[in-house]
Design a protein around this ligand. Sequence first.
Ligand SMILES: [Zn+2]
Length: 179
Amino acid sequence: MKKTLLIGGVLLASAAGGIWHANQNWSEPKVMPVAGATARDWHPETFWYEPWGASLVHKGMDIFAERGTPVVAATHHIIISENDSPRGGKNIWALGPNWRLHYYAHLDSIAEDLGWYIEAGTQIGTVGSSGNAKGKPPHLHYGIRRMIADDTRIDDSTLGEQKAYWLNPIEYLEPVIVN
Ligand SMILES: [Zn+2]
């Protein structure tokens, strides 16, 4: 199943707006997206790590795990796209609360019959090394993008102006990280 991110985003953002207006208390629970992962499973400097090839910096976190380990939704999601692309491999973009887009990449498999709305903790796939992670140790690339820029996050680092759009997933997951 292939959907178009932009068109889907616009349509689903309207739907999401409806949900949020209908339920102003829609919470943002957080779940570690790789089952059983602890702080030992990623490099502490994984976010904005450089150099990072054509991307220059690494705009997410890599959580290493055995191939086939369950990948679950880090929070409540409206699924926007499921794709297989040369770079991200099998990947999912999903909208979460507070207009944040969550990106799960290099999956070994994507769960079948994923509904358009899933709750935090729902399995969405398994850890793999698809896309440009082929031949590398299996890991989940997890990124979180703001739909509304936060200019206070801009700094002098490489591509620092893009920090207005990218959250550090380690900071986001902080409440559920097991050391
Ligand atoms: Zn990565």
